[in-house]
Ligand binder design. Sequence first.
Ligand SMILES: Nc1ncnc2c1ncn2[C@@H]1O[C@H](COP(=O)(O)OP(=O)(O)OP(=O)(O)O)[C@@H](O)[C@H]1O
Ligand SMILES: [Mg+2]
Length: 325
Amino acid sequence: MTNPTLMSVNDVRKSFATLRGPLKAVDGVSFSINPGETLALVGESGSGKSTLAMILLGLIAADSGILAFDGSAATPIADRAHRRPDQGLGIVFQNPHSSLNPRMKVRSLVAEPLRASSNLSGNALADRVITLLEQVGLGRQHMERYPHELSGGQMQRVAIARALALEPKLLILDEPTAALDVSVRMQTLKLLKSLQEHHGTSYLYITHDLGTVDYIADRIIVMYLGRIVESGRVEDVFAAPKHPYTRALLDAVPTLDPRSRGVFVTLEGEIPSPVNRPSGCSFAPRCRWKTGRCDEIDPALVVANPGRGFACHHPLASVPDELDR
Ligand SMILES: Nc1ncnc2c1ncn2[C@@H]1O[C@H](COP(=O)(O)OP(=O)(O)OP(=O)(O)O)[C@@H](O)[C@H]1O
Ligand SMILES: [Mg+2]
C-alpha cells in the first residue's frame, strides 16, 4: 500500500535558552500533510508557528522530533539542521521587502535558485524565468526592474516565483499576505490557490487571519504556547470548534458568522509567557469555562477520526444550547 502522506512530523520540540530560563517555543508538535492539500497553522503571536516552519526547512535545529518527507524514511529532525534545505521544500516569507535582495533585478532574483540547482543557462534560463514570472501574473516587462520599482503585491509575486522555481512539493507560506495592502491580499491568495491547482503543490499556510483559512485551506491546526490545541478539517473546526481558544479566535473574525455557534466568546488577557507556563492547561487563565481540574491537569491532545483533535477537559458541545455551561 502506498503512503499518501507527503510530510509527517512527530513530537517536535525546540527550547530557546533565555535569561529567564528555557523557553519552549515548540513543545511536542505532530501533524502530517498530504499531497496537494493546504494545512493552515494558526495561533496568536508567539505560539511557535515560525519556529516550527524554520525547523521544517532545516534553518534552525530542533531539540528532538522525527520527520518523514516525500517518501524518505522517518529520521530524527535534529539531523537535518544546518543542511541545505531540501529541494522539495520552499518558503515564502511575510515581508518581500526583507526577503528579496534590493540590489538584484527581478531577472536575477528568479534565476538565482535555478542557477544553483539546475543546468539551465543563457536563453533557456531566461525562458524559464519568463515562464515563472508569467505563472505569477508578471511578465517580461518586469525582468529588468529592482524590487523598489515594484508594488508590494508584485514583490510578493516575485518571491512566489522564486519559491516555485525549484518545483517544491511543499511550500511553506509564513503569513504571505500580512505585509500587503488589504486590496491585494485576496488576489495573492487567489494566485496561490490557482498555482496549487496547476502544480499540485502542498501548502503549509501560516496565518493570523482566520478569515482566509476557509478559502485556501483543507485542514487546520491551532497552536497555543508551542502546542497544538485543536486540529481537523476546516469545515468541521469552523462549524463546531471544540477548544475555547479556537472558539475565541473564530469569534474575533468579523467576516465569519458566529450565530451558528451560539454565544460569542472573546479572548481576554495576554498569552502567558512560554518560560513560565502555567501548571495544568496553558489556556486556563484565559478560559471562561475552566474548572479546578484545568488548573491542575494539563489536558492531552486527543485525536479522533482523521486528524480531528483537541486538548481540552471540557470540549465545547456542538449543540448551541449547551455551549453556555
Ligand atoms: N531565537 C530565539 N531566541 C529566543 N526566543 C525565541 C527565538 N525565536 C523565537 N523565540 C520565541 O519563541 C516563541 C515562538 O516564536 P515564533 O516566532 O515561532 O512565534 P510565531 O507564532 O511565529 O509568532 P508571530 O505570529 O508573531 O510570527 C516566542 O515566545 C518567541 O519570543
Ligand atoms: Mg511568525
